[in-house]
Structure formats: structure tokens, C-alpha cells
Design a protein around this ligand. Sequence first.
Ligand SMILES: [Zn+2]
Length: 57
Amino acid sequence: MMKCPDCRGKLEIVRACRKVAMKCGECGREYRIHEVADQIDEEAEEALGRWTAIVYD
Ligand SMILES: [Zn+2]
């Protein structure tokens, strides 16, 4: 499970158009993928892999 660096809440993948971000379910803070890249686990990788047109900004 990916955790929010701020509050340790659970991060969920959110998708908006061609952009993908991680959003904390606790504090609502959004992170770009590269900001939490060190936390990407198998579950997240699989989810990200479903979107072929991902733009990592
Ligand atoms: Zn948080």
C-alpha cells in the first residue's frame, strides 16, 4: 500500500484526462507520480499499467 508522506493515509490513484496522480484518502493532498515513485508497489504498478497513455509529469 502506498502511503501519504504527510499523514501516512492511504494513497489512491486518480486519473484525470491523460494525467495520473496519487491522492491521499485522509488529507486529500495530491502527489505527482514521480513524487511518490519510490513507493510504487505491485498493486499500483498494475493499475498504472492499465493506462497506456499515461503522462508522467
Ligand atoms: Zn495525507
